[in-house]
Design a protein around this ligand. Structure first.
Ligand code: ADP
Ligand code: ADP
Length: 237
């Protein structure tokens, strides 16, 4: 479970990007984070993984107080947070399999591991994940030979390979056509339910968010202005 308590971020410029934002996300729930540009969505995501230092408040992942960790303890915490990106962030000239394994081993360890061999259990796990996202027949292809939808499936498998406790997902469908976008959203929501993974999806497309997520959080000027099921959003709350 993710708990965000009175999270506040004031940038050095004086911009109040978050003003006491609080919510919890239980295991298996996928939250669609919506709001106009500048609302604070990226800041919220970045405060949760501490790419941005919050000014006040706390972020807890299960029992781990992420905001209380010293900088040296962040690597372990970040291993528990799977990230999925708009532009996939794959290593283009490596194979699908190698990209997935990079999630397991972490970026630095990944290059080092070229000199060794990948542990067999990691490879087996990566095959299982590739099967789950529908790419088992593409394991040996280079990432740059794939379509956008396939690349995002690799991005999902890579995030899962690190066995995360939380997924943070930034505009996963912004570069995809509508049909592929729906397939990717459906896959993410199904996998989170199967694994009991909480997830936050920063998503521009409100209709897509309503169609696939169980809960919408609306941010505006750094504050939560809506938090509820997608059907309530239609009633203009
Ligand atoms: P969103 O992702 O919803 O578009 P952001 O979190 O990017 O919103 O931005 C929220 C507010 O914080 C905006 O006013 C933005 O200009 C400001 N902001 C974002 N990043 C920085 C930064 N690094 N330094 C100063 N202000 C920032
Ligand atoms: P996004 O597409 O995620 O909303 P932006 O285009 O808003 O990103 O921001 C790009 C980068 O610029 C980010 O690193 C963000 O933190 C930074 N940034 C955004 N707004 C400001 C600002 N007002 N002052 C300084 N940096 C900012």
């Amino acid at each position: 479970m993710l708990t965000v308590e009175a999270l506040t971020k004031t940038y050095k410029t004086g911009d109040k990007a978050l003003r006491s934002v609080s919510f919890t996300v239980p295991k298996g729930q996928v939250v669609g984070l919506i709001g106009p540009s500048g609302a604070g969505k990226s800041t919220l995501i970045r405060c949760i993984n501490r790419l941005v230092e919050p000014s006040e408040g706390r972020v807890l992942l299960n029992d781990l107080d992420i905001t209380g960790l010293p900088a040296g303890g962040l690597r372990r915490a970040r291993r528990q947070i799977g990230m999925i990106f708009q532009e996939y962030a794959l290593v283009e000239r490596l194979s699908v399999m190698e990209n997935v394994l990079s999630g397991r081993l972490g970026y630095v360890g990944f290059w080092r591991s070229f000199l060794r061999r990948f542990p067999g259990e990691d490879v087996e796990n990566a095959f299982r994940l590739l099967d789950r996202v529908g790419l088992i027949d593409h394991a040996d292809k280079r990432a740059d030979a794939l379509s956008g939808g396939q690349r995002q499936r690799v991005g999902i498998a890579r995030a899962l390979a690190q066995d995360p406790e939380l997924l943070l997902i930034d505009e996963p469908t912004a570069s995809l056509d509508p049909k592929t976008s729906r397939q990717i959203m459906r896959l993410i929501v199904e996998i989170c339910a199967e694994r009991g993974l909480p997830a936050i999806i920063n998503i521009h497309d409100v209709v897509l968010a309503q169609q696939f997520t169980q809960r919408i959080i609306g941010l505006q000027a750094g504050q939560i202005v809506f938090d509820g099921t997608p059907d309530l959003l239609d009633e203009g709350v």
